[in-house]
Ligand binder design. Structure first.
Ligand code: BES
Ligand code: MN
Ligand code: ZN
Length: 499
């Protein structure tokens, strides 16, 4: 899909999007269209339930008196509430309707409602963002019915009084959208295709954006001592991998980087502590943390972020077999701490433990944030509305919460504490990999915190509830894999760590 910005116009071919306020009053462009069509728009409005509420759409086909093939009158809602999210959802609604409708072009002629806090450039860029995010498809494995689902919409033009400003804002947003698409693709791919080495191969493609990518195989990891990570993958026919991505965009190339670590379990069967079949479905998405980190590195590089950033992802497949890790095994992690593995389905924390140690030892980052589809319990607590946040640093936590609110990827902080930490006591090793029956997300976070070194600010995002969506699709996410994390972390970086 090709996106462009141009001076406002209502004279183009294809679909034309115009707006009305809550109550039904036309904006200037809509009033003009109504005039040209001899009042057809007003008659259509009167014959419908359209009232100008946010996200409402009234469609008029083949209007006489205009070149446009159809008019889409969209509601802006209350001007004071009209902001970036409303602009994105509006454009997403329009594109959702038109994407495979037969229409090939759409022009947005949305005048900024008086009383909105937005600037014209920002409105245009966020209309484009909504259009772009809604245009995502994952049809790679369909061979049938393609004529109905293949997108026909090829061109999206956004009219704006500030074309240069819109283009500038769009540069960064389009980089973020690309990163989200990469993350969605990775989550959507089936696990027979996207096993650790294939994931690593795709991460390697970031090289073309200027990201330095290293891939460590089993032999290298064994030599270094990443035994907690390797233990998880030892039952699989596919070798485990550790991918290290570096983007050095800061003026001072030597400055301490920000670091992101992702859980990349390409399939989580549970291992010998096998999951029941219903719970195993969807476990191809258990690499959602690694997908987000990879998508984020793509976004940072594509928008040439002025930051030094590292992304480290631990890629494994958790399978039962004759070589699989046993419940009762004890492994020595890279940190030197020993872990009694009592449940092989609590594998994500084992992967993160070593990936975190590796990242801190090698890079001495300003902060480290890990993302992981870590616990079913976080879905019990927060559903799909918030990711769980655990953090040892109030400033970092507040910055993440703020970025999450602004980018539509909200997080909710949960507590840590020594009482929870005690639940990880092992009879024979430094810790066990499961807590008790309660507070499963917290004991998991507590486990990870044992691998945070010194005073390093650390945040853990449990994204098990938000990395994919099974119920109703969100307006901007027309896909099972959501790409959650790219937006909030790009924003966090932009607001506080670039310059
Ligand atoms: N990948 C799962 C967590 C998960 C569950 C993500 C459902 C998304 C949806 C994780 O590896 C896991 O199995 N966690 C266990 C931990 C338990 C064994 C302590 C869980 O949540 O049940
Ligand atoms: Mn598991
Ligand atoms: Zn898992």
């Amino acid at each position: 899909m090709q996106l462009s910005f141009s001076a406002p116009s209502t004279t183009g071919t294809g679909a034309l999007v115009i707006a009305a306020l809550e109550g039904g009053a036309f904006t200037a462009a809509a009033a003009e269209a109504d005039r040209k069509t001899g009042g057809a728009l007003k008659r259509a409005l009167d014959a419908s339930r359209f009232s100008g509420k946010a996200a409402q759409i009234l469609e008029v086909l083949a209007p006489a008196g205009m070149k446009a093939s159809r008019l889409l009158l969209v509601g802006l809602g209350k001007p004071a509430e009209f902001d970036r999210p409303q602009a994105e959802e509006l454009a997403a609604g329009v594109v959702g309707r038109l994407l495979a409708s037969g229409e090939s072009a759409v022009t947005f002629a949305i005048d900024l409602p008086k009383g909105s806090k937005m600037k014209p450039a920002s409105l245009a860029a966020h209309l484009a963002m909504g259009a772009k995010l809604r245009s995502y498809t994952f049809h790679r494995y369909r061979t049938k019915g393609l004529d109905e689902i293949t997108p026909t919409l090829k061109k999206v033009a956004v009219g704006t009084s500030d074309v240069p400003g819109a283009r500038k804002s769009w540069q960064a947003l389009s980089a973020i959208a690309e990163g989200m698409f990469l993350a969605r693709d990775l989550v959507n791919e089936p696990p027979n295709v996207l096993y650790p080495a294939e994931f690593a191969r795709r991460a390697r493609a970031l090289t073309k954006l200027g990201v330095k990518v290293e891939v460590l195989g089993v032999a290298q990891m064994r030599k270094l001592g990443l035994n907690a990570l390797l233990g998880v993958g030892q039952g699989s026919a596919h070798d485990s991998q550790l991918v290290v991505m570096q983007w050095n965009g800061a003026r001072g190339k030597k400055g301490a980087p920000v670091a992101f670590v992702g859980k990349g379990v390409c399939f989580d069967s549970g291992g010998l502590s096998l999951k029941p079949s219903a719970s195993m479905m969807g476990m191809k998405g258990d690499m959602g943390g690694a997908a987000a980190v990879t998508g984020l590195m793509h976004a940072l590089a594509a928008r040439k972020a002025k930051v030094n950033a590292v992304g480290v992802i631990g890629l494994v497949e958790n399978m039962p077999s004759g070589t699989a890790q046993r419940p009762d095994d004890v492994v020595k992690s890279l940190s030197g701490q020993t872990i009694e593995v009592l449940n092989t389905d609590a594998e994500g924390r084992l992967v993160l433990a070593d990936a975190l140690t590796y990242t801190q030892k090698r890079f001495k980052p300003q902060f480290v944030i890990d993302l992981a589809t870590l616990t079913g319990a976080i879905m019990v607590a927060l559903g799909g509305e918030h990711a769980g946040l655990f953090c040892n640093d109030d400033t970092l936590a507040e910055r993440l919460a703020q970025a999450g609110r602004e980018e539509g990827e909200p997080v909710w902080r949960l507590p840590l504490g020594s009482g929870y930490d005690k639940m990880l006591k092992s009879k024979i090793a430094d810790m066990k990999n499961i807590g008790g029956p309660h507070a499963g997300s917290i004991t998991a976070a507590q486990f990870i915190q044992r691998f945070v070194e010194g005073k390093t600010p650390w945040a853990h995002l449990d994204i098990a509830g938000v990395a994919w969506q099974d119920g109703e699709q969100k307006a901007l996410i027309p896909s099972w894999g959501t790409g959650w994390g790219v937006r909030v972390l790009s924003r966090l970086t932009a607001d506080h760590y670039e310059g």
